[in-house]
Design a protein around this ligand. Sequence first.
Ligand SMILES: Cc1cc2nc3c(=O)[nH]c(=O)nc-3n(C[C@H](O)[C@H](O)[C@H](O)COP(=O)(O)OP(=O)(O)OC[C@H]3O[C@@H](n4cnc5c(N)ncnc54)[C@H](O)[C@@H]3O)c2cc1C
Length: 386
Amino acid sequence: MLRLSLGEHAESFRLEFRDWLEKNPAPKVEHDSSLESFQEIGRSWQRQLAQGGWMAVHWPKEVGGRGLSLIEEAIVQEELVRAHSPQVLGLFGLTMVGPVLIQHGTPEQQQRYLPKILDASEVWCQGFSEPGAGSDLAAMKTKAEPCEGGFRVTGQKVWTSFAHVADWCFALCRTSAEGKKHEGLTYLLIDMKEEGITTRPLKQITGDDEFNEVFFDEVFVPKENVVGQVGEGWKIAISTLMFERVILTFARQLQSEVALRSLLSNESIRKNPKWKHELAEHIATACSVRALAYSHLLEYAQGKTPGPEGSLDKLLWSESFQRIASFALRTGGVQLAAGEDGACGNEVHRYLYSRGRTIAAGSSEIQRSIIAERVLGLPRLSYRAK
Ligand SMILES: Cc1cc2nc3c(=O)[nH]c(=O)nc-3n(C[C@H](O)[C@H](O)[C@H](O)COP(=O)(O)OP(=O)(O)OC[C@H]3O[C@@H](n4cnc5c(N)ncnc54)[C@H](O)[C@@H]3O)c2cc1C
């Protein structure tokens, strides 16, 4: 749909990957397949891609990447969509904790974790949100108390995607109640097989149960599993969210392209001038959102570290994706009834899934505040009820 030339070198890289994909076709996943088969296929496909050298190509060579830029990484994502590839399983490792370990981890942590993130032999979940700490993340209460050799973690996380399949969790925990609330936080790598962890699935509106509540009861975490320094967790968490809003969002943006492609081939839309006009508007918006994301990727390729501008990518994509999903429902004549097991048809599933996208990785309101204060430099206003 959107075709921007990214330079000769990048385009020859694209052709090289296309060639590999022709020889190694992506496995097929039926949209109504079970979560187990989604996991199994996602894991083995990621392993195959890693063996071919196509996972996290922007990571340094020493830790298993190819030392390329985020432009080449974006090309890999685009070509996977073009080839109707299923989602790889280890997305949180590849797009969040992996980049964080490269930036803030010790050489030992990098050697220990990164290769297993690449080939999905270890899968990660993100333990940030808590029942009383979502937008106000620094309000979190899960404690990590010092003990011999490390910490004991006690508390609760919520909305933890894929915690029930994850081997590891990167979590933000409170190591001190003194001072400002964001100062007493520490970033820990928690082995999900440790004693004292209970994971309970939560059913989503889509019928899927990829979400979980996770309870920690005096879970031991060795001191080697602290990323950065004790009390430095806020800085590292912010860096995780910046990567999430840039790298993971780029991958997610391609979901708009998949939806728009299927709408473009819909005859009833083509024949209806009003719908055709609206579809053209959705396509134009999706193209401008992608062009903005490319401009950020080009800056990162020149050495800039992802910053608050990722909130623009995240906000514009998630809101336009919701409008596309809603348009697809209005124009598709789709059956709204869910199956007995709660499973939804393709367009309905996409519509319901899209609702959560303006909440996950920070709600739209929070993204707007970040854009206002940290991208545009507008003054921070606080309102008090009289
Ligand atoms: C699909 C999905 C996947 C997720 N996966 C994970 C995961 O894997 N790991 C994880 O840790 N978390 C995950 N989350 C949680 C997500 O990060 C939080 O839901 C999100 O940060 C919002 O927090 P909250 O749900 O507590 O809502 P709240 O923070 O309670 O917000 C409620 C409402 O108030 C608004 N609001 C709150 N504060 C402000 C403010 N200062 N200014 C203006 N408006 C405000 C919000 O925009 C929202 O509309 C996921 C969420 C979703 C939907």
